[in-house]
Every structure is written in C-alpha cells, then in structure tokens.
Write a protein that binds this ligand. Structure first.
Ligand SMILES: [Zn+2]
Length: 304
C-alpha cells in the first residue's frame, strides 16, 4: 500500500466513523435502506470545477441536486438550472453553507460564470421560484431565463405562457404542458438540448391523459426525468407518474419535492421500482449530490 493509499484508507475510515457517529435510531425508518455513498468521495469544490470544465459528448450530462425541486444539469454546451430557491429541501430548511457551491447545493454565480446558463422556472410558488435568480445578471455573461408564466415583462426573458408553448432558442428546444394550483399557472418542461431530452415536472398536475401523448409525439424517450415525489395510493400524482413512467422510455429518473436522504424519496423509489420494473430511479441522499449520466446510465458520487 502506498503512502497515498494508506492516507486515503485512513481518511475513509475516519469519514465512516464520523458518518456513523451521528447516526441515531431513525424516527421513521426509510422503506428501502440503501448504503450511503462512499464517504471518501465527498465532492469538493475542486472536483466540482473539474466537472464544470470536463468535455462532455452529446447525450452526456452532469447533474447536481440543489434541494427540493431544483437540479442543475450540465450538458455539452449548457448549464440548465430548474426551480432554484434557497429556502427549503422538502420539509428541511436549506441553509447557506460555509463555502457555498454546486457541491453543497448552492449557486454561486462566479463558479458558473463560464457556462451558458439557462434558468428555467415552472411557477411562482416560493418553493420553486425566488427573485434572487435575477441577482445573477451581470455576473454570468451568458444567462437566459425561461418562465412558465408571465413572470415579468423584460423582453430578454422567455415567458412560455402557453397553453403548450413551444420555443426553439439558444440551442434549446422547449415544450410545455400546463396546469394551475393555488391560483397560479404552472408548467412542466420538456427540453431537448445537446443530444438529451429532459423532463421537469414542477408541480404540474394536469390533463396528463392528453398532455403526455402530446409530448410522446415529440419524443418516445426521455433521458433525464425529474418527477414529483407523488406515490401514495389514490393520489393523482401516482396515476400521473405511472403514466409518465410507462408511456415513455426513461434513461434516469430523479424525484423532486422532498428531502435528500429522507423517507419520502426512499418510498418513491420503492413504489415505482415495484410498479415499473427496470425503471432507473436515483434518489438524492444529500443536497449537492452529483450524478453523471453517460451512455444512458447514471454513476453516483463514489461509484466508477
Ligand atoms: Zn411545490
């Protein structure tokens, strides 16, 4: 064993001890226990920067979970950010980390200033939308906003008020489907970009029996599916998600609208793995967790 390897092993054991040390009996046991990611591979800012610089082929992506419904997705030549806010991750509060960055679920404009950043927002509820996204203007040279409603009147932004808006611009081909809840209009997004098809549900709960066939005309396959965590028997989201998961072929499914590492995401995974055999579900275990999508498969942090 080399000195470097020995040091790495020692750090691994130390990290494991620290991880287990904070572990008490869980109040609500997760339905599907799964091993925590290897503690040695906790993402660092330097590692994040290397993923921001890495050459990606068409159809490849690097994905960060930013809490609740927010994910950042780096594709060959874009960085998409969906439904970003800094207040909540499901029932948990999001807190500003001491060294904020993608690797702990925080957008720092300087970190992503070299990217072609495309910000997409599904609706105006505060768990999906915060006006702080406008603070990135002037700090990220190549920055474009897309809203699923008439969020403002800046002609530089795209307002996909629909119904079923379609837009091709800035290298993105975007389709929306629409619904309303608590008096606000909202969309789900289907985005084709850099050889990938991405679906982000937001809180969309609509006429999926006609909306999904409409999207199915656009694509039979979705590479990255960000689906709301509804799985409980008798809920509309259960039927809607089952339709989504069976009508399309999916590369990788990530849940939204709950808490990293919590029982809600674990139950989502358990229910849909049972109901849709072969569906590749990837549940975030921590805010800031990174996933790599290559050749139609996801590699989690710590996996090779
Ligand atoms: Zn919501």
């Amino acid at each position: 064993m080399t000195m470097a390897n020995r040091t790495r092993s020692f750090l691994a054991l130390l990290a494991l001890a620290v991880a287990l040390g904070g572990c008490g009996p869980a109040a609500t046991p997760a339905p599907t226990p799964r091993p925590a990611p290897t503690p040695t591979s906790a993402a660092t800012a330097a590692e994040t920067d290397s993923w921001l610089q890495a050459e990606l082929a068409p159809g490849e992506a690097v994905i960060w979970y930013l809490g609740h419904c927010s994910y950042a997705i780096r594709t060959r030549s874009h960085l998409l950010i969906f439904d970003y806010q800094e207040s909540s991750d499901g029932q948990a509060r999001k807190r500003r980390p001491s060294t904020p960055g993608l690797d702990n679920g925080w957008i720092v404009p300087q970190q992503i200033a070299g990217q072609a950043v495309r910000v997409l927002v599904t609706h105006s509820h505060s768990d999906h939308y915060s006006s702080l996204i406008f603070d990135w203007q002037g700090k990220i040279p190549d920055l474009v906003y897309y809203f699923g409603w008439q969020a403002a009147s800046d002609p530089a932004h795209h307002y996909l008020v629909g119904p079923r808006a379609q837009l091709t611009s800035d290298g993105l081909e975007i389709y929306t489907i629409n619904s309303h809840h608590n008096d606000v209009p909202e969309v789900a997004y289907l985005v084709k970009v850099d050889g990938l098809v991405i679906y982000h549900n937001g809180d969309y709960m609509g006429e999926f029996q006609s909306d999904y066939p409409f999207l199915r005309e656009v694509t039979p396959r979705i590479d990255l599916t960000f689906a709301i965590r509804g799985y409980e028997d008798g809920t509309p989201y259960l039927a809607q998600n089952l339709d989504l998961f069976t009508r399309f072929e999916h590369g990788a499914v990530f849940p939204t609208h709950d808490t990293a590492g919590g029982s809600g995401y674990a139950a989502f995974e358990q229910v849909f793995r049972a109901q849709v055999p072969g569906l590749a579900i990837h549940v975030p275990l921590r805010v800031g967790e990174r996933f790599v999508y290559r050749e139609g498969k996801v590699t989690r942090e710590g996996e090779r």
